[in-house]
Design a protein around this ligand. Structure first.
Ligand code: ISL
Ligand code: CA
Length: 556
């Protein structure tokens, strides 16, 4: 397999609003990130993906950009950003920028112009359609509730927005628009960014007849007509020629709806498009008739099938990202582990053992490395996220779910669970800010914080440092062939990774029960390179402890 730095990297995702506030206004900022570079260096990561830092009215916390070449003043200045690049590079850390080009903000100058008149030079930068019988052009429902179409009185036409109405979709059919985007990307590459995470890039090409979708609960599902639309791969190949191929950068596509077959087109070994994909199948397990709004726990059996499928089907063909949480997902220890006092730490360690021993590039979401949990807000007023607020309103007012139940769904799946500020220490606001924070803090920072974990040898944080270091010592972690072991177990996720030089045997108990397992004789001679319990003596018949995880290696 061809060696590529981004295949061997460990990525840390920063949600800048909630990472570290340097000036006491209650909002995380670029200087705050610079202050924590040594912390990240010590953790061992070598790439940082930062969620959007650009000018934005913050309808969707920055995923609605109104100027692609200006830093939002909440976060600092262009000089601050340049200092961040310089300081990160000095430490051997690369920076990925979040590229949000399926849509812009409605406050972007392109849209301000576009909506003015039919013959405005920017008209074609967005997707405008006439209504049908005084109603929207089709029945598609938007990701944040409501229709995907908004009527604009200025020209009496509708514009498309797959997300909120303040996030109009850009029209990739328009060559001039595409050229503007490539110019903007080149600008950032010249400035020294090391790559892009591409927001919902799988949605940029739409079937131009805009047909109705199959009706679900309230709206039609247009997915068939805009997920991997007809020209998606033409656009990405063009982007690759115009920008990506000119720099030694890393690219990851947030490819909602991607299948393993489709992943090969996006991130195949031929490298005509992107380096790797982000798929959603494993984080969507357990979704119900109202999508993610359910109180069901995740279905381990399905989760396991999905992971195995992705490991097997991408092997030697395409490259994958490994993640269990991010700014759109609940905290991983709450969703896939166990966030009780008894099992939080041990299950967080099990999850990272599992995730980082798979094939792909692992992503750590800020706070995951100390085992931060969901925030469990009791009041709707504490939520800030547009998705949670819109769906609460829409689903409860349509009588699809009661308010009480919806509050429970938010506690488990709402995006704000992972957006509360990082816990640095046990002082005011967990050391995140000296001012009033933009979103309420989680209350458990006295017991879960980085400072306490730095000095405690068996902490989650120190375990993360250990597991990240293993990557440097065992090449098999990134190129070994994956084979499941105990494939039908409904409690254990075990597998081997193999090259000619080395074999790893990984075993993870996803439950709080003790479980007896058979460890094949040949693995008993292996070395245990990491384990979340001390002083284990492995044996042929072995009882795994709650959330136990270990990795055995054939190498000394
Ligand atoms: O968050 C989701 C599930 O709850 C997804 O529907 C999410 O909106 C989707 O994965 C796309 O996410 C990305 O684009 C959105 C933005 O709100 C997310 O934060 C971003 O990661 C629109 O730009
Ligand atoms: Ca600040």
């Amino acid at each position: 397999m061809k060696r590529q730095w981004w295949k061997e990297a460990v990525v840390y995702q920063i949600y800048p609003r909630s990472f570290n506030d340097s000036n006491g206004d209650g909002i995380g900022d670029i200087n705050g990130i610079i202050e924590k570079l040594d912390y990240l260096k010590e953790l061992g990561i070598n790439v940082i993906w930062i969620s959007p830092l650009l000018e934005s009215p913050l309808d969707d916390n920055g995923y609605d950009i109104s100027d692609y070449q200006k830093i939002l003043s909440d976060y600092g200045t262009m000089q601050d950003y340049e200092r961040l690049l310089e300081n990160a590079h000095k430490r051997g850390i690369k920076i990925l920028m979040d590229l949000v080009v399926n849509h812009s903000s409605d406050e972007h100058n392109w849209f301000v112009e576009s909506r003015k008149s039919l013959d405005n030079p920017y008209r074609d930068y967005y997707i405008w359609k006439d209504g049908k019988d005084g109603k929207a052009p089709n029945n598609w429902g938007a990701f944040f509730g409501g229709s995907t179409w908004e009527h604009d009185p200025q020209t009496d036409m509708y514009y498309l927005h797959l997300f909120s109405k303040k996030q109009p979709d850009l029209n990739w059919e328009c060559e001039k628009l595409r050229k503007e985007i490539y110019d903007m990307m080149n600008f950032w590459c010249e400035k020294g960014v090391d790559g892009f995470r591409m927001d919902v890039i799988s949605l940029i090409s739409k079937v131009q007849t805009f047909p109705d979708g199959e009706v679900g609960k309230l709206y039609g599902d247009g997915g068939k007509y805009f997920v991997h639309g007809p020209k998606i791969h033409d656009y990405l190949q063009e982007m690759n020629r115009e920008v990506l191929s000119k720099y030694d950068i890393m690219t990851v596509g947030e490819t909602a709806g991607v299948t393993t077959e489709e992943a090969e087109k996006y991130a195949g070994n031929d490298q005509k498009e992107l380096n790797m994909v982000f798929h959603f199948e494993h984080v969507d397990v357990g979704n119900g008739p109202l999508g993610k709004w359910t109180t069901e726990r995740f279905d381990f059996v399905k989760f396991k099938e999905i992971i195995i499928k992705w490991q097997e089907e991408l092997y030697n063909k395409a490259w994958n990202s490994l993640y269990l949480g991010n700014h759109d997902q609940p905290r991983s220890v709450t969703r896939f582990g166990n966030d009780s006092d008894e099992f939080r730490e041990v299950s967080a360690k099990m999850l990272v053992t599992f995730n980082h021993m798979l094939q792909g590039t692992p992503y750590i979401y800020q706070g995951e490395e100390i085992g931060m949990t969901n925030v469990y807000f009791d009041n709707l007023e504490d939520y800030n996220d547009i998705e949670s607020l819109r769906y609460f309103e829409e689903l409860t007012s349509e009588g699809l779910i009661s308010k009480e139940e919806m509050m429970e769904c938010l506690k488990l799946r709402g995006r704000d669970n992972s957006r509360t500020p990082m816990h640095w220490d046990n002082t005011q606001n967990a050391g995140f800010s000296s001012g009033k924070t933009w979103i309420k803090m989680a209350s458990n920072f006295d017991k879960i914080n980085a400072q306490e974990q730095q000095s405690r040898e068996n902490s989650v944080l120190n375990y993360y440092k250990k597991i990240i270091k293993l990557r440097g010592k065992h090449e098999v972690i990134y190129d070994g062939k994956f084979t499941p072991y105990m494939k039908s177990s409904e409690e254990i996720f075990a597998f081997t990774r193999e090259t000619n030089e080395e074999t790893l045997f990984v075993m993870c108990n996803f439950t709080e029960n003790e479980i007896s397992v058979e460890i094949p004789e040949k693995y008993l001679e292996f070395n245990c390179i990491i384990s979340n319990y001390d002083g284990n003596t492995l044996a042929n018949s072995y009882i795994l402890k709650p959330y136990e995880a270990f990795v055995l290696s054939s190498k000394n």
